[in-house]
Ligand binder design. Sequence first.
Ligand SMILES: [Zn+2]
Length: 239
Amino acid sequence: MKLEYYLSIMNRIHNTQNGTTITRLTPAGCNIWVVTRNDRTIIVDTGISFDRSRIERALKRKGIIPEAVILTHTHFDHAGNAAWLQAEYGSGVVVQEAESGMLAAGDTPIPEGTYTFTRGMIGIGRKMQPVFRYDPCVAEHVFNDQFDLNRFGINGYVMHTPGHSPGGATVVIDDETVIVGDLVVGTMPGSPFPPFADDVTLLLNSWKKIIDTGYRSILPGHGRPISREELIKEYDKRK
Ligand SMILES: [Zn+2]
C-alpha cells in the first residue's frame, strides 16, 4: 500500500486532487469529518452530546464555523450535537427523509447485531433505549435520493445508502473520497463489516453502490479509513 495512504491515516487529513481538505475534528463518540474548500466548511456527523465541550473547543481553536451539518444517519452517537450546532452556528442540517422524523424526535432505534456477540449486546441495549435519546433537531434540508453540496461550496453530493439504518447517507467528495457513517467500520480487526445493521441485504446493496462509483478512500464513522480493495474483498466474501 502507498506511503501516502499511511501518512493520511496518521495525520487524519485527506486532501483530494481537487483541492478539498477533509480532517477528523477531534476524538469523539464517532468520527466528525471537517470538509473545507476555499474557506467554506461543512461537517459530517456530530458525535455524542457528552463530547460537546471538546468539539466546541476544537472548532474555536481552528476558527471553524460550519455552514452545514450532514448526518450519515441519526443514531445518538452521530446526531447528538446536531441541534446544538444548528443553534450555536446556524448550521443547516441535512438528513435523509427516512430518519428526519427520528431526528425531530431525538429518538432513533438502535439496530440489530450482525455478529453473535453484538446480537447479545443489542438485547440488553434495547431495554435501555431511553439512554440513547438525544436533543431533537428539525433539519433544514431533507432529501430523498441525492443532495447536492455545491450550494455550500463543496464539490460533492450526499446519496441515500440504507442498510445500517433506514436513512443512511454517504457523502461523496470530489468523486474520490466517500464518508460512509456506520455502513463500514474501521474498528474491527480484519473486517470492515459493521457489528450492527438494520438490514444486511440493503447494506450490501449500498456497498455495491459505493464500489461501483469507483471511489478510492472510504472514511467510516468509527476507526481508521478503509481502502477500496479492503471493501471489495469483504463484499466478494459476503454477497
Ligand atoms: Zn450507527
